[in-house]
Design a binder for this molecule. Structure first.
Ligand SMILES: Nc1ncnc2c1ncn2[C@@H]1O[C@H](COP(=O)(O)OP(=O)(O)O)[C@@H](O)[C@H]1O
Ligand SMILES: [Mg+2]
Length: 336
């Protein structure tokens, strides 16, 4: 189904050797909450950097507890929020020059958590397909994309969102995201609202798109089990920061950051059917950790030392990944 893209110089489809599909550098977003004296600011995304390669489609997971800043990262990349600082490059071009442009909006497609919010309850589901096809794609694209997710025009024909099951509607929203032949899907908690028995079939769709259609996927989830199953690389987020990033096998089989170790101990990897619902993200603790100086995990870390509470650690390159923890600094004496 995938058609070749024309390579007009300066278009996002002209390839430069070694260029990344997506490059996020020092991404930062500050939100202000409340008003007047109760006004507070929160660093929802704090100096986040990662990239997706362009040479080969990959599935990259951003994982973390609820409130760690994952959805904000997605919104910044989609251009729904404006960064406070940092840079986002898509196919080598500054996002600020692409935001709202038709070519970018076709090439980077979102899939959200709740399919009932994606579709207007008063509009027939098929109309989204017909409109998107008419405006952005070749004739027959909608039919093909529905087939890819195991649906047909007949199944959605004449139906309103309320007349379809959550699982069916999420498949429809994924099919719709594919009509424009995107290079990148940004998928935010796509299975947390659908029936447990259907989750893996949706997750498998993403794997199929990557392998058969060459679509790259930024998979955002709090569910480490599906992340382990589906992704190539993973970034673990804590209070707006990435604390560990690397191949999903390395990071989840032998986590190095004490926070990743805690997460792993509360998740039944590798059984992807089990959902991880570690809501240790208490709102009080959340607020405290966001403003905490030094390492955000210091208050919960079994290995904490004084320096951890004072100065934020850098990233250390260990065993093929980056870890934001002093333990991996050369000469660090854990017993001292
Ligand atoms: N529009 C907003 N205004 C103020 N605070 C926000 C806004 N969006 C998100 N936040 C805050 O930013 C933090 C990260 O939120 P979010 O990115 O939704 O996390 P996640 O997707 O990991 O659950 C949370 O504390 C949340 O309350
Ligand atoms: Mg979220």
């Amino acid at each position: 189904m995938r058609t070749s893209r024309n390579s007009t110089p300066g278009s996002i489809n002209s390839k430069v050797p070694g260029q990344k599909l997506l490059e996020v550098k020092g991404l930062t977003k500050v939100f202000t909450k409340g008003q007047g004296l109760v006004k507070s600011t929160i660093l929802a995304v704090n100096n986040v950097s990662f990239s997706l390669q362009r040479d080969r489609a990959e599935i990259f997971t951003v994982a973390g507890e609820s409130g760690s800043g994952k959805s904000t990262v997605a919104k910044l990349i989609l251009g729904f929020e404006i960064p406070t600082a940092g840079q986002i490059l898509y196919k080598g071009q500054e996002l600020s020059t692409l935001r709202g442009k038709k070519q970018f909006m076709q090439d980077v497609q979102p899939v959200f958590q709740n399919p009932f919010e994606t579709f207007n309850p008063l509009k027939k589901v098929e109309s989204y397909f017909l409109e998107t096809e008419k405006n952005f794609a070749r004739p027959g694209a909608a039919k093909k994309c529905l087939e890819l997710v195991g649906l047909s025009m007949d199944e959605i024909g004449g139906k309103y969102p309320s007349e379809m099951s959550g699982g069916q509607l999420q498949r429809a929203s994924i099919a719709r995201a594919l009509i424009t032949n995107p290079s990148l899907l940004i998928v935010d908690e796509p299975v947390s609202m659908i029936d447990a028995s259907l989750r893996m079939s949706v997750i498998n769709l993403f794997k199929k798109f990557q392998e058969e259609q060459g679509v790259s996927i930024l998979y955002i989830t709090h569910d480490l089990a599906t992340a382990y199953y589906v992704s190539d690389r993973i970034a673990i987020m804590l209070r707006g920061q990435i604390v560990e990033i690397g191949s999903v096998k390395k990071v989840l089989d032998e986590p190095l950051h004490p926070y990743t170790q805690l997460l792993k101990s509360s998740v039944p990897v590798p059984d992807p059917a089990e959902k991880w619902t570690s809501d240790i993200a208490l709102s009080d603790m959340e607020a405290k950790e966001y403003v905490q100086k030094g390492c955000k995990f210091a208050g919960r870390c079994p290995h904490v030392k004084e320096l951890c509470r004072i100065r934020e650690p850098d990233y250390y390159e260990v065993d093929g990944r980056s870890v934001k923890c002093y333990i991996y600094e050369k000469g660090w004496d854990q017993s001292a």
